[in-house]
Design a protein around this ligand. Structure first.
Ligand SMILES: *Cc1c(COP(=O)(O)O)cnc(C)c1O
Length: 378
């Protein structure tokens, strides 16, 4: 059997261990220390727009704190993009609130502004104005932020940007994660950079960041003894993990270039295969980090389907994966309201994510190309 080719695997830069060794040398083996501060500084500089970043234990934790800071409480409604990973929606349930799911539009595969407006008006008519809007930049592709921000502004509802997959992406030159009242990032093992596991909350004021740090460290009041007037969480990032993050930040730009080159590689392969489209920016306003490259296989034109292509890859020990299954189709969110047509359902039926790692070798690319070519010739 050939070596396994992963969809997306960790890719160390080299200096991660240097930062970890410093932490050991100075005994900063704790959920605070110079690496945590340094990693936050690196992220703030990279994102620009004067953001303040709180490093946390996971992107999911960051979303949870963002919802709390937006005042989401039991029985509130929160709007969420349907086509996403479950981690975008689960924190709504942690708050005892109810998700309202929104379809995608076909250009960016992200939240459809038309369906968003329809949903807000309908929920208000039903007696409940949604407390927040969670928009996702799927696979690194920026959502239609101008349209979405304008609607959010009109109804005065805060936007939380799930940029877990979109560090290094931008819309009209501005970094994904910096548009909303809050943005969240993830450094899980399969993301564009990893800390083995971790996340961050992107804020716009010192107060919002301080509150996130306070809540993530068990909400200790200012007193010599342990005194609490809020429910806290254990969500802060460890100084060891943050050392990995500092090493990864040194190579983030290279990682974005390599992922974008993988996208170009697939564009080249598929340009002569009728009925397959590679997921690409809809215009110059959009700059995707192409965290994952993805394709849509039109069964009518190709006479094939994405599932048999997935199995052909598997036979050669190559991992590929259907697009995210929309949340409104998930058993766990069966009863949640949904607004839209069937854009996300069609994407799920016909879409496939392809190996996209920044660490793939030329030999591995040859293997991938061979599977695709022979599959579409047969
Ligand atoms: C990975 C991911 C998350 C969750 O991040 P974790 O750090 O794994 O908790 C949230 N949303 C999306 C869209 C993701 O891809």
């Amino acid at each position: 059997m050939e070596n396994k080719i992963w969809l997306s695997s960790p890719h160390m830069g080299g200096n991660e261990l240097k930062y970890i060794n410093e932490a050991f040398a100075e005994n900063w083996v704790a959920p605070l220390g110079p690496n945590v501060n340094g990693f936050e500084d690196d992220l703030e500089q990279f994102l620009g727009s004067n953001v303040k970043v709180a490093a946390l234990s996971a992107g999911t934790a960051a979303l949870h704190l963002a919802l709390i800071e937006c005042g989401v409480q039991h029985d509130d409604e929160v709007i969420c993009q349907s086509m996403t990973f479950s981690a975008s929606a689960n924190p709504i349930a942690y708050c005892g609130a109810k998700p309202v799911f929104i379809d995608s539009e076909p250009d960016t595969w992200n939240m459809c502004p038309k369906a968003l407006k329809e949903a807000i008006e309908d929920r208000i008519k039903n007696g409940k104005k949604p407390k927040a809007i969670i928009v996702v930049h799927l696979y690194g592709m920026p959502a239609k932020m101008d349209e979405i921000s304008a609607i959010a502004e009109e109804y005065q509802i805060p936007v939380i940007e799930d940029a877990a997959e979109a560090l290094g992406s931008s819309y009209k030159g501005r970094g994904c994660g910096t548009f909303g009242r809050f943005g969240i990032l993830s450094f899980n093992g399969n993301k564009i950079i990893t800390t083995s596991g971790g996340g961050a909350l992107v804020c716009h004021t010192r107060e919002d960041k301080d509150k996130a740090v306070f809540l993530s460290t068990q909400a200790r009041d200012n007193a010599p003894h342990y005194q609490h007037s809020h429910i806290g969480f254990n969500y802060r990032m460890s100084n060891i993990v943050a050392g990995i993050g500092r090493g990864q930040m040194e190579v983030l730009k290279d990682r974005v270039s390599a992922r974008r080159a993988m996208h170009d590689f697939y564009v080249e392969i598929f340009k002569n295969i009728n009925g397959v489209t590679v997921f690409t920016e809809p215009g110059n306003d959009y700059y995707s980090n192409h965290w994952l490259s993805a394709i849509i296989v039109d069964p009518e034109i190709t006479g094939k389907d994405r599932e048999s292509l997935r199995l052909a890859f598997l036979e050669d020990n190559i991992e590929s994966r259907p697009l995210w299954k929309p949340m409104h189709l998930q058993p766990v969110f069966e009863k949640a309201p949904y607004y839209g047509t069937n854009v996300s359902e069609k994407l799920f039926d016909n879409g496939l994510c392809l190996p996209s790692g920044s660490n793939l070798s030329d030999e591995e690319r040859v293997r991938i190309a061979q599977v695709i070519t022979s599959y579409f010739q047969s």
